[in-house]
Design a protein around this ligand. Structure first.
Ligand code: PLP
Length: 466
């Protein structure tokens, strides 16, 4: 098998291998890495994956992307350790809700949200590769809540890593804030930025675009633009589809998304040969993606806070990977469109490009009132207590379900106890934290508040590392 190479969506950075893609995150031209070609699984290949447990399946699906960068036995061990941190016997339980609807629970990891699925492997991949290289890195990330806690849990106490995590001050839930700021590890540095999630993400991009700063501190990313995160998320699309009859029967997925990372992994799985017919994008009131799939126009609006804060986003970073494909993998064209978007807050695609996107994707939007109703109805109808993000996915699934009986899998992205007030308010039932986290809100916190200012941010990082 020849090594897979990765190219940038903006076409001006050299092609590179998995190890560089893992450690650098963003390409040097500001683009995102994508595989130059998709590894393909034939129907026979897929049939042979059916009886594997989750770690074994993850090994098989990820290996072609990683090539020789991590030896096969090491890879198996790292994946095994990562998923041993999950407290469900089969790692990611698939629940039958009746009527061809399924819930794939991605939230049984250390921070109770789906980001652990990718981050627990990523932290171990980083550590493994850095140790071999004898290098140190500084991870810088922006989070609307769940990424941050998942990244911190994945990197805590790792010798070769410092991690700086920016979150929008006052805009993450108390549980999310506590999960990030109560980690007592010397290499974990929380920053509460006075701004929105998009401000946090922009400042992180500024740091990466500052070449001297980036080189001086070996900056690296674990936010959802890192290819390795998308790669790890591809696995659970295989997991659910195989349980529901793939390769013989196609499946649809509904994904509550903001950054387009999770649902892009589903698109990748489809490119690899998994029979996925439709990917439904669930949006909250920040519905830039749902509007795009209706109109072909991507148009920014102000971010409004909602019950599902991990989707309170108006710039969906990972959409760039789909855009790259829609423009025929023309990096210069992709860069031009995104440059315009940055200047004007708007771009559109051609009718043909929109039609191709809509062959696979459909969008649906739910505001907070609708989300509360879905939480209540889901409890009444199925006995499942779901968090507000998952509720958006359930609503989107119902709105876009096929009429020809294809199974619909909703990705359940957070444990309801991560958003207890919203869930209790909607359902009249208070979701309890698992026992291992019962005292979370009482633990001491460590966090630095900073203005939305690049120079102050750089100074803070430099002083902390010195
Ligand atoms: C991060 C997150 C999302 C959105 O994920 P994307 O990568 O933006 O698609 C949805 N739900 C929860 C609970 C999350 O933490």
């Amino acid at each position: 098998m020849s090594e897979l190479t990765y190219i940038s969506t903006r076409g001006a950075a050299p092609a590179t291998g998995f190890e560089d893609v893992l450690l650098t995150g963003l390409a040097r031209d500001g683009g995102l890495y994508v595989p130059e070609t998709w590894p393909r699984f034939s129907a026979d290949d897929l049939a042979r994956l059916r009886d594997l447990d989750y770690p074994a399946l993850a090994h098989r699906v990820m290996a072609p992307f990683i090539g020789g960068a991590i030896a096969s036995d090491d890879l198996r061990a790292l994946i095994g350790d990562a998923y041993a941190t999950f407290d469900a016997a089969d790692v990611l339980p698939l629940k039958d809700l009746g009527n061809g609807d399924y819930l794939l629970e991605l939230f049984h990891g250390p921070t109770l949200a789906f980001k652990d699925v990718a981050m627990q492997v990523l932290g171990r991949f980083f550590d493994h590769v850095l140790e071999r290289r004898g290098k140190r890195i500084t991870i810088v990330g922006a989070t609307s809540g769940d990424t941050g806690s998942a990244a911190i849990e994945a990197c805590r106490d790792k010798d070769a890593i410092d991690i700086f995590m920016l979150h929008p001050k006052g805009r993450v839930s108390p549980v999310q804030e506590a999960q990030m700021t109560t980690v007592a590890a010397a290499n974990v540095h929380n920053i509460a930025l006075e701004g929105t999630f998009d401000d946090c993400q922009d400042r992180v991009k500024d740091l990466f675009n500052d070449q001297p700063f980036r080189d001086a501190h070996n900056l690296s990313a674990v936010n959802s633009i890192n290819w390795a995160r998308v790669m790890a998320q591809i696995v659970y699309y295989f997991w659910a589809a195989l349980k529901l009859g793939a390769p013989d029967r196609p499946v649809d997925f509904s994904v509550p998304t903001g950054n387009f990372g999770n649902v892009f992994a589903g698109y990748a799985a489809k490119q690899m040969g998994l029979p996925i017919s439709r990917l439904v994008v669930g949006s909250n009131a920040n519905d830039i993606l749902a509007r795009f799939f209706r109109s072909g126009v991507m148009e920014m609006a102000a971010v409004v806070p909602t019950l599902s804060p991990s989707m309170d986003i108006q710039i969906s970073s990972n959409f760039e990977r789909l855009l790259f494909d829609l423009v025929g993998r023309d990096g210069a064209e992709c860069a031009r469109i995104l440059g315009d978007f940055r200047k004007t807050g708007r771009f559109d695609v051609t009718a043909d490009q929109l039609a191709r996107a809509r062959d696979v994707f459909a969008g649906a939007r739910f505001d907070d009132d609708e989300t509360r109703v879905i939480i209540k109805q889901t409890l009444d109808r199925t006995g499942e207590l779901v968090d507000p993000h998952t509720a958006v996915g359930i609503g989107a699934a119902a709105a876009r379900k096929s009429r020809d009986g294809r199974p619909m899998v909703v990705l359940a992205t957070a444990h309801p106890a991560k958003f207890p007030d919203a869930v209790a308010d909607a359902a009249g039932v208070h979701p309890a934290l698992p026992a291992r986290m019962a005292d979370l809100l009482d633990r001491p916190k460590r966090c630095q508040t900073l203005a939305n200012d690049l120079d102050q941010l750089k100074k803070h990082i430099e002083e902390t590392l010195a």
